[in-house]
Design a protein around this ligand. Sequence first.
Ligand SMILES: [Zn+2]
Length: 310
Amino acid sequence: MSDSDRCAICERPFEAGRKRHRPDGPGGQLVNCVQCGEYRLVGHEAVSGSYSWPPEIRPPLSCAAREAFESGLPLQITQSNVLDLAKGHENSRVADNIEKLLLQIAAKLRRPGGKTSLNFGSDFPLIDCYSPEEFRQYVSWIFEGGLVTGIAYTADYTAEVSLTVKGWSRVQPASRAGGIPGRCFVAMWFAEDTRAAYDNGIEPAISDAGFRAIRIDRKEHNNEIPDEIMAEIRNSEFMVADFTGQRAGVYYEAGFAMGLGRRVIWCCRKDEIRNLHFDTNHKNHIVWEAPEELREKLYRRIRATILEQG
Ligand SMILES: [Zn+2]
């Protein structure tokens, strides 16, 4: 069996007669595996298919690829980033994996009442699981905890599941900080220079996580912060503040949101990190270079700090 008949990550053979690798730009390949999802192999080594990854990184890498695929941002794997990609999925806590499983089920269901199927043989990397048996254990834990219902096992090692009210409450906790649940105020410098960061980074990250982005363009020659902005910050569940451009208004709005008890997610483009004001430069900023990177990091931060902590 040649390399192109197997997944480069999990080494699962593709179905007979179906090549799942296809060329993707110079020196790249797009691979579609039932277990790892779709991912990109980038670099000259992709063409030869001669991957020499150590066996122990394959299971976490499969989890990394599947998670990225499910979030709509397929992984780009090169020889130099492969260890880092795997590392993030090596020592996951059980509690985090349970939360992740509930979020994956919710994302597939989209609305209450429906059912979705989980295939133990191929869906285990949806969370940081390395085998069908481990995954099955997680599914039975959330069932025993009353978080999912209606598990019906079918012949092909598949479970049909639905979330209970308790499960939905874990995935979409009621807002405790005030504001209208689901609204996220975006404080940033609205200019040509930052347009792509909003359109391709901040806005899609917020909507992917199930929130609505609220932005109000402010006239830069007017030093006052309009009442409309203050009202929208009050009405928002949390704030995303990007400090690229070092606008005083953004600092002011972030401070106002914090004073109201709203959570603020701090962001800044990498080349401006050194310009951050000393009063806030110790905050855990999302540091980004490209809008797509901002989108991915922000989406993860919203899930980790707004959705999963309630
Ligand atoms: Zn695979």
